[in-house]
Design a binder for this molecule. Sequence first.
Ligand code: G3I
Length: 316
Amino acid sequence: AAGTLRGLAPAGTLIGTAVDPRGLNLDPAYPGVLAAEFNAVTAENAMKWRNLEPSPGVYAWAGGDQIVDLARRNGQAVYGHTLVWHNDVPDWVSPDWPAQRLREVLRRHVTAVVAHYRGRVWAWDVVNEVLAEDGSLRDTLWLRKLGPGYVADAFRWARQADPDARLFVNEYGTEGRTAKADALLDLVRRLRADGVPVDGVGFQGHLDAERPPEDVRGNLRRFAALGVRVAVTELDVRVRLPATAEGLRRQAAVYREVLRACLDVAACASVTVWGFTDARSWIPGYHQGYGAACLFDADFRPKPAHAALLDELAAR
Ligand code: G3I
């Protein structure tokens, strides 16, 4: 409807949010805002390996399925997060296994998850946060045991399991023209030159209202020039607590700048916020002294940032 983000979103642009099942199941206002405002969702945690396969070969699809089933009822696209990451690896995956066994276990995980959600997930974060801050490949279990080829392997396994899903690499600290973004550009260029099916690049967008990224539009454009889709995948804009009117005004401006950059780049598929209510945000627990990072406050009232995004969409 008019006056909502999904109501004003131009055709071909998804406005999404991460979904926390505790909000769905415990907050009376959560399901209504989720359905009214967003035409895409990402499972905040439910589709991470630790939550999908708590013990070898024993899959716990219910959390992811609840989000996928609700999205279907709400006419929302589902973005899959995430297949290969160094966090949330189940405890039963042993770093002491021989490389070949670890690779087979990783292949089985990617294949089983993509196959399970085939036709219901439009895109996957195939690999998440593969770069270190200096732009080299992050020193993870996967790199140490399998070598750099694990990235290409993951994309090829995912493509084989669902030829129609768009396959993304997802990263943070790469929203503007940073050295890490330069390295990401080079990684994607090399993967595609090697015939690896990388369809998209996700820019997480965990931002500080006082230190917004430089030239997001120009950065998205140079990735789009590689022939990939781009997406803002985990946008939140934290402010120092207690939030002030000035802080929330600055937050609104940063949210609006990121949406404007995406709307100005044809290859930009979506802007997804990492949770839409301050009542259910990861920020306060991870960034001491910061919070109030979302579009709606803890009472599910829209904040200036929400109005700013409506203004940007209405101005198109
Ligand atoms: O659900 C359990 C609960 O039963 C238990 O009592 C509690 C205490 O142990 O833990 C709860 O699980 C936590 C989960 O969030 C739900 O709150 C996990 O410990 C905690 O590790 C998990 O943190 C998530 C984090 O990724 C790690 O997976 C955050 O919610 C989530 O917002 C954050 O999201 C990441 C993206 O996946 C990747 N990009 C960065 C982004 C922010 O870190």
